[in-house]
Design a protein around this ligand. Structure first.
Ligand SMILES: [Zn+2]
Length: 175
């Protein structure tokens, strides 16, 4: 008989996507394993019991099992991150699964200097200080286009079609 792998870690809930009536799909930044995408079990009872511990922005101790796919089997809320839901959503897009990010983790938990894209992009290998606008090559770009991981200055980001910009452009300095 195959044994199921079980994992436990503190985790920040980055996003939640409803899936059908009962299931939920979640993306976490876990302290031990980095980004983990997992489904909540398709049981109304379990989903509703866990739901309040799995709202985006929640910091929780989460128990996962891996059996064909990764499932959340338990979660206990421990706190809330100060980072915005938009920032958490973009982190979910930018991070790679199963790659621990201890510096990012430290920015999201209470009692630290907090989250900033200037630091976070640097940690992820896209240091904004020294970067240039992908369109006009101006220095000190203030925006980052998440799908292509490119920097844009204020003038050029305004020229991007608005359809392209929805949920794809983050402001590095929170402007
Ligand atoms: Zn530009």
């Amino acid at each position: 008989m195959l044994s199921m792998q079980e994992y436990v870690s503190d985790a920040v809930v980055l996003r939640k996507d409803p899936q059908g009536d009962l299931d939920g799909r979640y993306v976490f930044l876990t302290e031990r394993f980095g980004k983990v995408a997992a489904k909540a079990k398709s049981s109304r009872k379990i989903t509703s019991k866990l739901a309040s511990h799995l709202e985006p922005g929640t910091i929780a101790k989460v128990r996962f099992i891996e059996n064909h796919q990764i499932q959340v089997i338990d979660a206990l809320k421990e706190g809330t991150t100060a980072a915005s839901l938009a920032d958490l959503y973009f982190l979910g897009q930018l991070l790679h699964e199963f790659q621990p990010e201890p510096e990012l983790w430290e920015m999201l938990v209470p009692g630290t200097e907090g989250f900033s894209w200037r630091s976070a992009l640097g940690v992820l290998g896209w240091d904004p200080d020294g970067a240039a606008c992908a369109s006009c090559a101006a220095g000190s770009p203030a925006y980052f286009y998440v799908p292509r991981q490119e920097f844009f200055c204020t003038a050029c980001v305004r020229k991007l079609p608005s359809k392209l910009k929805a949920n794809t452009v983050l402001s590095i300095y929170g402007l």
